[in-house]
Design a protein around this ligand. Structure first.
Ligand code: DAH
Length: 337
């Protein structure tokens, strides 16, 4: 029996050398009701009266040994687990952080906001108009009656016969004049639509920025001065502007406006296609019919208006040759701005 007890002790000792031994299983196996030590103790009745206390003492020692060894091992295992946990959770405060990827403004938005700044600086307000517009505002009130050939170049998407996606930001002029009596000094940026097929210079959706000033005594000189200042802020202080006669139904006289090429300064280069000038907008003096359509007396008030394509100006400014780049959202392209 003593031998058996000694063996139990040795077995336990060996088992406890494994670091991941299951202590609960071990406890049940040796100390449990049906455990090995217990069954030895049960057999004690068969011992002689002299041997019994000695074996009893030994059995108690072994029990004590096992209990103690399990407790020590449990403590060890706990420490080991904590250590592993700390290793896993270790936070190296000196490690370089993971940089948060910050987005950037889209080049179109950047250019548009530059335009806002320039015009806000000249005392303009920014207003918005609907993209889904009535035929009346997009065409008729702007002196473009039904069947007028000017509609051909601005074919758009129709919702009904008289509701459409606006083909220009000019209808916002009419909305502004209906709402507000002069003096009026506003710009209105936004999306416009045309039923154009996509290519390097066309898109069925693009952006314009409209400008309108109406007051007593507004002249073409005011228009020129305003656009010159705009061009110089946008493209550099050396920039010159040039007016070419043109026709728009809602302005009289009308002009197309060019800026001197900001790349070559006017000598002729790839960007201006050898011209020395780059066309950037349409402008003119608000047609008297348009003023009266909006309830403003053309005998008392006069005004100027202009409209420019934001894509066009962005492409010129950054030397882009394909408009589609602006809509593809390729970060390799967008990251360059
Ligand atoms: N709305 C014209 C277009 O889309 C541009 C334009 C020309 C706007 C002359 C104006 C203007 O305000 O006066 O082609």
């Amino acid at each position: 029996m003593r031998e058996k007890l000694e063996n139990i002790r040795k077995e336990v000792e060996t088992l406890l050398q494994q670091s991941d031994v299951n202590l609960e299983e071990l406890r049940i196996r040796y100390l449990g009701k049906k455990g090995e030590l217990t069954s030895v103790l049960r057999g004690m009745g068969a011992l002689s009266a002299e041997e019994r206390p000695i074996v009893g003492q030994l059995a108690n020692d072994v029990r004590f040994f096992i209990e103690n060894a399990i407790a020590v091992k449990a403590e060890e295992q706990k420490k080991e687990q904590m250590k592993m946990k700390f290793m896993k959770e270790k936070l190296d405060v000196t490690a370089p952080g993971n940089a948060v990827k910050v987005g950037k403004r889209h080049p179109l938005a950047k250019v548009e906001m530059e335009m806002w700044d320039i015009f806000l600086g000249m005392g303009f307000d920014i207003i918005e108009g609907p993209e889904v517009e009535y035929d009346y505002y997009n065409f008729q009130a702007l002196n473009i009656p039904e069947n007028h050939p000017a509609r051909d170049t601005q074919d758009t998407f129709y919702i009904t016969n008289n509701i459409l996606l606006r083909s220009q930001t000019s209808p916002v002029q009419v909305r502004a004049m209906e709402k507000q009596k002069p003096p009026i000094r506003v710009i209105s940026p936004g999306r416009v639509y045309r039923s154009d097929a996509v290519d390097a210079t066309h898109s069925p959706m693009f952006h314009q920025l409209e400008g309108l000033v109406v007051d007593k005594g507004i002249t073409m000189g005011d228009l020129k001065g305003t656009l010159e200042l705009f061009a110089q802020k946008m493209f550099g202080p050396e920039t010159k502007i040039r007016f070419r006669p043109h026709h728009f139904p809602f302005t009289e006289p009308s002009a197309e406006v060019d800026v001197s090429c900001f790349v070559c300064g006017g000598k002729g280069c790839r960007v201006c296609k050898g011209e020395g000038w780059i066309e950037i907008l349409g402008a003119g003096m608000v047609h008297p019919y348009v003023l009266s359509n909006c309830g403003i007396d053309p005998e008392v008030y006069s005004g100027f208006a202009f409209g420019m394509g934001i894509e066009r100006i962005t492409m010129c400014k950054y030397g882009m040759d394909d408009m589609r780049l602006l809509y593809e959202n390729d970060v390799r392209f967008l990251n360059q701005f």
